[in-house]
Ligand binder design. Structure first.
Ligand code: AMP
Length: 181
């Protein structure tokens, strides 16, 4: 299974990715986690990415693509679950090209739908470094401007599955697994 978890910040992509990875034993690739580890390690990439992340902006495409290209290539045959990538149309097109080169395509793109008030509540309760009010506001704006257009992109390719993202993590993962399983 090659799948993408889409959805606004705070929708529960990371939580769902872990639950699905455990259930379907498919590798989970999270660009947000990879970037946070790079920042912690103080690598060149981490130093370059940190400012964007602190401001709630997208890290430039070439950095993010460089970070996951090999991980995707390595798991392309076996399958993967992407969480946090793609985040804009250019990344969506890059991913499509990478898979096409190997004669592959995505099976499912799951869009977790959660009302904005609930997203803010969840992020405020999470306490991550970039979960302050100002950064949350800019991440939501970036989502609407850059990431949401991917819904149409994937709808046109008939792989979009819209899932109600309200409820307990287990309730939501049952819906996701029913949609992709
Ligand atoms: P996340 O853990 O997915 O919420 O990502 C946290 C932060 O990492 C985002 O606010 C961005 O600054 C950055 N980030 C994660 N994934 C991407 C991506 N695919 N493209 C650009 N920036 C990203």
């Amino acid at each position: 299974m090659r799948a993408v978890l889409l959805g606004p910040p705070g929708a529960g992509k990371g939580t769902q990715a872990e639950l699905i990875r455990d259930r379907l034993s498919v590798p989970h690739i999270s660009t947000g986690e990879l970037l946070r580890s790079a920042v912690e390690e103080g690598s060149d990439l981490g130093l370059q990415a940190k400012g964007y992340m602190d401001r709630g902006e997208l890290v430039p495409d070439d950095l993010v693509v460089g970070l996951i290209r090999e991980r995707i290539a390595k798991n392309a045959e076996r399958g993967f679950l992407l969480d946090g990538f793609p985040r804009n149309l250019a990344q969506g097109e890059t991913l499509e090209k990478m898979l096409e080169e190997n004669g592959l395509r995505l099976d499912h793109v799951v869009n977790l739908e959660v009302p904005e008030a609930e997203l803010v509540k969840r992020m405020m309760g999470r306490g991550r470094a970039d979960d302050n009010e100002e950064t949350i506001r800019s991440r939501l704006a970036v989502y609407h401007e850059e990431t949401a257009p991917l819904c149409d992109f994937y709808r046109q390719r008939s792989v979009l599955r819209e899932i109600d993202g309200m409820g307990t993590p287990e309730e939501i993962s049952a819906r996701v697994i029913a949609a992709v399983g």
